[in-house]
Ligand binder design. Sequence first.
Ligand code: F6P
Length: 549
Amino acid sequence: MVDEGFKVWQRVLAQGSRIAETSLRELFVQDSGRSERFSRTLGDDNGDTNNQIFADFSKQLIDQQALDELFALAKDLQIVEQFAEMRGGLKINLTEHQSALHTALRADIKTSVIVDGRDVVAEVHTELKALRSFVDSVRSDRKFKKIVNIGIGGSDLGPALIYEALFDNYQSFVECAFVANIDAHEIKSVLSKCVAAETLFVVCSKSFNTVETLSNARIAKQWLAEKLGVDIGNKIIAGHFVVVSAYPDRATKSGVVAANSFKIWPWVGGRYSISSAMSLAPMLAFGADVFDEFLAGMREVDDQMQNSVPENNLPLILGLIDVWNCSVLGHTSQAIVPYAHQLKLLPSYLQQLMMESNGKSVQVDGEPTSMRTSPVVWGGVGANAQHAFFQMLHQGTDVVPVEFIGFAQPTHNEMLAHDILIANMFAQSKALAFGRSLTEIKSDIGDDENSQHRVMPGNRPSTTVLASNLSARTLGSLVAMYEHRVFVQGVVFGINSFDQWGVELGKTLATEISSSLIKPAESGENLRDSQDASTRGLINWYRLHRGNR
Ligand code: F6P
């Protein structure tokens, strides 16, 4: 941060020290209009309330003065301008010499973004057209009844999230299954429920270097050949494979021969690829029109992030509050708790989006970061989470900001159950914020030997996000909102949110170690030179017990 920026940041920190002296109870007493003042609506200004997202952040430990300093920080760092530059194709992913153009994946066809002399928006729409025609033909052909998506990280979590989230709300034409792990128990279990002649494998890998995906594609191919009674090189097998990659030639070289392939581009980060052909599996399930709706929801939020004034810019505000909680108030984790069973994958999806993007300690200029960066992101669905980890959220020694997400209209008609679900969500945020003091306990239920244990400290922050229903459009808007929150945090932290060097060493070491595992313990190979004592011990134990299979 430059000098002026440093001063602005110091002012934000000073707000943090001031606010630590107050409490949510006090803030609500001081300001009777707090609920209106600290909530915003995101979405269609023209009145289609079905597509709106309402966010109440009044239960965050923040006041107007602190928020104003955060706005000053946003202005000083030119966060919105930087977002516009990213959207315009500037190569902000400096370590990989790439643009970060996930927003181009849903850009209006009438716009253009030129990168290295090419209009990427035109390329995106050409690909979308090809995807639509493939999706339509598979859906009308009716040969494939099961889609197995093979991919990991962003090549799994994005499409799986869409499929699970929209399954109840849209008619699904095919059943989808998702295989990510190199632990072959996963693919074996999925394949045991597939009929080979009716199964289409969508192999998603941006890099096509990912060992988990290559291994699973190999197993799928062998399984198909065996079940269909054909040679592994038979072109019938290729007809059961589709590849989605930025490097389709690598797929062919690695033996994954596919009759169809769709491209993504090096400028799409894996965890930002949900709006690309990586989501082919849910596109096949729900149709290209539904996916278009999803993209429209994202585009709306892209436009709002770029064009709204800070005071009305919800992704910006929530991103700043994320910074506030993590880097100013020092909360080291953040819980994501959707009260919507269809969003059960959202915590995992956001874990990758937030932690792989911002879990870094080196700034863009190579210097160490000056502040705490990504919190640990975790969570689970409500109400199940209440019976699992909420005890710690209410009375534990660490304060964990919570993000509640719920919908007014479920896809089922069990409104009694739904009302109770949502009542629980509201109750949790209320209990977290306001707690219950010893005095209140004594006056409400009397004093007994457990009174101290019943004390709820309160003052635990949360944001509640509400929408009418979980439509494709709302889902797109929600996901884009989180993407942009991550962007906001990355700018404040001064880091590159679009690389992931931290995952590389583990991959290299795994390759080295895997060649040692298959040697028998008595082979005499000298692990002493290549491995530390602990890893050597583990390898030797494994070798002794794995047998010679
Ligand atoms: O190793 C991390 C990562 O590169 C993620 O960023 C990515 O989503 C995942 O692996 C899968 O990568 P690919 O799509 O190239 O197989």
